[in-house]
Design a protein around this ligand. Structure first.
Ligand SMILES: Nc1ncnc2c1ncn2[C@@H]1O[C@H](COP(=O)(O)OP(=O)(O)OP(=O)(O)O)[C@@H](O)[C@H]1O
Ligand SMILES: [Mg+2]
Length: 498
């Protein structure tokens, strides 16, 4: 018997001009939680898609339990005991938890199955994962939270007698307490002998959860180590190929007192009586737990949702923002958190996407100047170091983090004066995060004002000049830079007074 649950040796995969994987090795021991890390575009998701039968490798071998296998299709991967939990969960939204688990089980029940049998079969796996935290297995899964949907997806994977579970950035849209619950599930899987491959850009998670780590860079295998033998600096230097001394760049601020945006008594469906001022050249952090209403407030100011009450003043004039297209005219920009559905045209190339909010700057009498468009898009493409052969690449083929960079590039190119950034570094690797903080710092030096929503507390504290905290739709406090502390933010975020 082999000590390895999985060995991938010399795996190579190219997409036309791009070598996504160049003779990559990955060795995962039985029953361990194995982290797979690397910068955006390093090849993590591609390697996992080879393993789960989505892509056929150009070269290389895969061994499961020491036996060489050829994985022909996703179905074949499942039959060989490999399941993948994607960021975009693979559930049917209209069906309930039981039905979702039963999908794909036809083969094992080659006859009509009774409802009771279904309930028993699926219930077993749902119980295992959810431990009573799902009120009903009979609600359409679209009514469940992301964390609960994820549980159903894991239950479904387990129902295939899975031995290896891959999780690709599973904590991206979870709250801190939901992350703890997911960690418990992952540890339980491990205790039951299931091997887990875990992808995340949040390095703290690896230290809290994983046993070993493999690092990829530019499609190549760089190193693997026991987590207990390494530290964060080691990981970062292996990932980006150099040392990164500081996590946040020093602040350069113009310290203007000019108010560029004032919100007075804003009330909407999920928030009430929100008032604050944004000054020229400052970064205002907007903190709170997921669901506190932060995104909703910014959406309403931007004209994407209706305001029931309240007044917004921009550059001294009362603003009538009834539609996002008007917001652009007021000089507002909004990089949303959900890049897949709101931020990008996935079937368009990088160039089109970067230029989308800046067309008036590069066109004359309605005609886009190709030369200007090229120059402008190239500039941001380079600055943000988007990993792609050129700006003609369709966004759907970019890695998750690189899609996020294109969303940011689009708003930088629009040259807006007031920029809303909602979770701007979600899914972005440590090196690129630093680049984004640097860009933000440069923008505010040029007089741009930024409101940033971030669920990562060190990030808000490391970047913002002031932090507003929300709890269940109301503002519970404001902290100046001298007052920043995780405890302070947490208290306000949970509705306590300081
Ligand atoms: N279907 C495809 N067609 C063309 N290029 C692709 C395709 N899938 C991936 N790539 C390219 O392969 C490289 C590796 O991408 P991959 O998605 O594996 O990165 P990743 O490590 O998962 O990054 P991230 O952390 O941003 O998710 C990238 O340069 C990407 O653009
Ligand atoms: Mg990926």
């Amino acid at each position: 018997m082999s000590e390895y649950a999985l060995e991938m040796l010399g795996v190579t995969k190219t997409f036309s001009k791009v070598t996504a994987l160049d003779q990559v090795d990955l060795r995962v021991k039985k029953g361990e939680i194995h982290a797979l890390i690397g910068e955006n575009g390093a090849g993590k998701s591609t390697l996992m898609k080879v393993l789960s039968g989505v892509y056929k490798p150009d070269a290389g071998t895969v061994k499961i339990d020491g036996k060489e296998v050829v994985i022909k299709s996703p179905r074949d991967a499942i039959d060989k005991g490999v399941a993948i939990i994607y960021q975009e969960l693979s559930l049917v939204p209209e069906l309930d938890a039981v039905k979702n688990v039963m999908l794909g089980q036809e083969k094992n029940f080659c006859r009509i199955i009774k409802t009771q049998e279904e309930n028993e079969f699926a219930g077993k796996y749902l119980d295992y994962v959810s431990r009573g935290s799902l009120a009903s297995y009979k609600t359409p899964v679209k009514k469940l939270s992301v964390a609960q949907q994820q549980m159903v997806d894991i239950a479904k994977a387990l129902s295939y007698q899975t031995r290896i579970i891959i999780m690709d950035e599973p904590t991206d849209s979870l709250t801190n307490s939901e992350i703890e619950v997911l960690f418990e599930i992952v540890r339980k899987l491990k205790a039951d002998g299931i091997t887990v491959i875990y992808i995340s850009h949040r390095l703290e998670e690896l230290f809290a959860l994983c046993d070993r780590v493999t690092v990829l860079r530019d499609g190549k295998y760089i190193a693997d180590e026991n987590i207990r033998d390494i530290d964060k600096d080691w990981l970062i230097s292996k990932m980006i190929g150099r040392d990164l001394k500081d996590t946040f760049p020093p602040r350069h601020r113009i310290r203007s007192t000019e108010v560029v945006l004032e919100a007075e008594g804003l009330t909407g469906e999920r928030f009430e009586n929100i008032s604050f001022q944004l000054r020229k050249g400052e970064i205002l952090g907007l903190s709170g737990l997921v669901g506190a209403g932060r995104t909703e407030v910014l959406r309403a100011i931007f004209g994407a949702d209706k305001l029931q009450k309240g007044k917004v003043t921009i550059f001294g004039k009362e603003a009538d923002i009834s539609h996002p297209s008007r917001a652009l005219k007021y000089g507002l920009g909004f990089a949303t958190e959900d890049r897949k559905t709101q931020g990008l045209f996935l079937n368009h190339d990088i160039k089109d996407n970067i230029a989308a909010a800046a067309l008036d700057k590069i066109s004359k009498a309605g005609f886009v100047s190709g030369a200007k468009e090229k120059k402008m898009t190239e500039k941001y493409f380079q600055e943000l170091r988007v990993v792609a052969p050129d700006t003609g690449k369709l966004c759907r083929f970019l890695s998750g983090g690189n899609q996020q960079k294109v969303v940011l590039a689009k708003w930088l190119a629009s040259e807006c004066k007031i920029l809303f950034l909602d979770e701007p570094t979600r899914g972005i690797d440590v090196g690129a995060k630093y680049e984004i903080y640097l860009l933000m710092d440069r923008l505010v030096q040029e007089g741009v004002s930024i409101i940033m929503i971030s669920s990562e507390m060190p990030e808000v504290m490391g970047v913002a000049d002031r932090i507003l905290v929300m709890h269940e739709g109301v503002l519970t406090g404001e902290l100046s830079q001298e007052e920043f502390s995780e405890e302070g933010i947490m208290k306000l975020a949970s509705g306590e007074k300081l």
